[in-house]
Design a protein around this ligand. Sequence first.
Ligand SMILES: Nc1ncnc2c1ncn2[C@@H]1O[C@H](COP(=O)(O)OP(=O)(O)OP(=O)(O)O)[C@@H](O)[C@H]1O
Ligand SMILES: [Mg+2]
Length: 464
Amino acid sequence: MSSKISPQQGPQTLFLTTEADIAIYGGAAGGGKSFALLLTPLPYVGIKGFGTVIFRRDYGMIFSEGSLWDESMRLYTALGNVTVKRGQAEMRFTDRKGDTISKISYRHIARDDELSNWQGSQICQICFDELTHFSQKQFFYMLSRNRSTCGVRPFVRATCNPDADSWVAKFISWWINDETGYAIQERSGVLRWFIRRGEEIHWADSKTDLIEQFGLKTREEQAEPKSVTFIASTIYDNKIMLSKNPEYLANLKALPIVERERLLSGNWKIKPAAGLFFKRTQIGDMLPIIPADVKTWVRSWDLAATSEDEGGEPAYTAGVLMGKRSNGRYIVADVINRRLSSSDVRATIKHTAATDNARLGRVAVRLPKDPGQAGKDQAESMLKFLAGYNVKAIAESGSKEARAEPVAAQWQSGNFDIVVGDWNEMYFTQLESFPSSKFKDMVDATSTAFAELENVFDITSLIT
Ligand SMILES: Nc1ncnc2c1ncn2[C@@H]1O[C@H](COP(=O)(O)OP(=O)(O)OP(=O)(O)O)[C@@H](O)[C@H]1O
Ligand SMILES: [Mg+2]
């Protein structure tokens, strides 16, 4: 069994063979990082006094289903004499007499003020799973505990997924393309050196450069510079996972754009930012009048969550009128976005339904349904109030970003035209600032309008 455990070709092998003092294995999701992390102590577990501490941010993450602990149990206990001390979150490699040779411990550091617990300790190998979950202070404090008396040179191994806001993004910036946010392949696994003075990190291409630059004389001083490498990987490097669990890739592909960029493509720069979903320059045309070839219409509403916001003013209610034309293109023909009290919301929806139907023929009305009994009651009362119209109340699921994905994809492909109206500027401004904007009501109404149009389309295509 033990012969089957080995790193995969590529980044995993690089991670296991690198000479760096600190190696950060920072891919996208599912690249096999955590698994490789668990392999890193194995060459040393036969050395008397060797010890590894594997850190996670939360205690619960150590033991959760499919966690490091579970994977470790599977891996290490197949390897030889291992005594498992679950209560102490430790595994001990023992000799034939049962005496401990080396130890792998699982610990968490949730807060900076817990660091003093580690004062005076010596850890030969320090591992961080999900390094971006730890603060810079935690990392560098623990680095000061990275010492050894067992003869193995102390080292640090860490894994993480991209996070543009974390200190790690800055720390590894040399390995990342500043424009695209993707790892620079030729630099993956290349060593650089740093020395930390105060809060400042000084980088160089070699240790000698730093020794000269900082005039490091004594042996202790010269031991100060540490080498670092960053190793990039994505799910495509984890062939075992791709073949065992192909739906994992499909799940990554189905993520909203920011998460997909991070977890599928390993983008270290992407953040939820304005213009990521909709830009006014991506539409086809501004139409002076509503075209005659619209086959399906919907007016979709996003209702204010509460009727009064903190300032006592009612929140926004948005209604987006969207159509699909016989040539397959979409139009947004009208947008209402007003602060309305709850009684005015009902009246506005009804009046709008009457006007839309008189102007355009059959216009479906789509309303959101809040969770719980109250939401159900409210939806039922609205359906009664709007009797005679084609109206549906549908519970929304997933994040607003995830809901906006399908319509944004069509918008970005230039499949939307917009009818000229005095609401245009307000509408474009909110769409362009999504998802970082405070208000998202018009975006959400746009997402649900599109979902409704596509459903209607699906049903008619089934019938004809
Ligand atoms: N060398 C290997 N041998 C056998 N299985 C492997 C190997 N490498 C990875 N795997 C399998 O791939 C799965 C995913 O790997 P892992 O959890 O290490 O990915 P990860 O990069 O840490 O993902 P995440 O970003 O979600 O944390 C593991 O559960 C394991 O089953
Ligand atoms: Mg992992």
